[in-house]
Design a protein around this ligand. Sequence first.
Ligand SMILES: Nc1ncnc2c1ncn2[C@@H]1O[C@H](COP(=O)(O)OP(=O)(O)OP(=O)(O)O)[C@@H](O)[C@H]1O
Ligand SMILES: [Mg+2]
Length: 283
Amino acid sequence: MANATDAGGITFDRVGDYAAARLTQKLSECPDCGGTGLMRTTTHQNGRDYEVVTACPRARLQKRATLYNQAHLPAVQSLATFETYKPSNAEQHRALQVVKEFAFRWPTQRGFVLSGPVGTGKTHLLSATLKHVAIELGVNVSYVEISLLYSQIRRGFQDGKSGGEIIGPLSQVDVLAIDELGKGRGSQFELETLDELIARRYNAGKVTLFATNYSLKPPEERAQRGYFGTETVLESAKDSKLLCDRVGDRIYSRLCEMCEFVEFPAATPDMRRSPQLAGRKRP
Ligand SMILES: Nc1ncnc2c1ncn2[C@@H]1O[C@H](COP(=O)(O)OP(=O)(O)OP(=O)(O)O)[C@@H](O)[C@H]1O
Ligand SMILES: [Mg+2]
């Protein structure tokens, strides 16, 4: 199947802190629709000429570029694609397969969680997935790094906004990628915010994708046995390497149902330290 970008006409770079897509030719200068989004063509049938109005593919691409730009992906990921991801072990191969299956089989009911050490391409794969579903399929997507969301909500409180107002749009978007899951101070505010966001998406049957540095091992692997609720998680989780300790049993349980889990081994190389990447020109 042809890709929306096959014919060219779209580039990816950065605008400020975010990755940005733009058409190589402004829509207002489109020779086919002049920016109206509609093309007039003439067809000849049964000895007569008919004028037909069709949607301009360039206008469609502009809409998809807007969807991509609204996701607010990190600027450094503007060139991330499935093709540029090079797996170095079996789990990275599986991750690539899982994210591609997700993207190519959309709409799907299940997301994924990618877990692994730093610099192993988790954000790269989230970004490549959101790029594919926004640009190729025209799906509404959003990206959020969890600790930035917490600080955004805290700042919103000072301006009189409720946490719900900020979480609202993230609850509704078709595909949400939550990066750095488990990061933060682990305060009750943070856990309750996360709990609300995930519960809302879970209840609405929305697909959510995650990346984390914490291990996906189940609660049975805990040093201390027992149920960890939203409040009790805090003290016990301070030094834990397990995601279930960092987010609590309620959220972990929902992740198990909502997502496929992929965990990279601890020895997976940090690509930020590879000479190849260190010398790469940033977009
Ligand atoms: N397997 C890979 N193939 C190609 N590029 C990679 C690969 N892994 C990482 N990279 C590149 O290395 C850089 C760091 O990757 P990324 O930010 O996705 O890592 P991460 O796993 O999210 O790390 P962190 O846990 O620190 O957030 C990016 O420029 C990314 O494109
Ligand atoms: Mg990352």
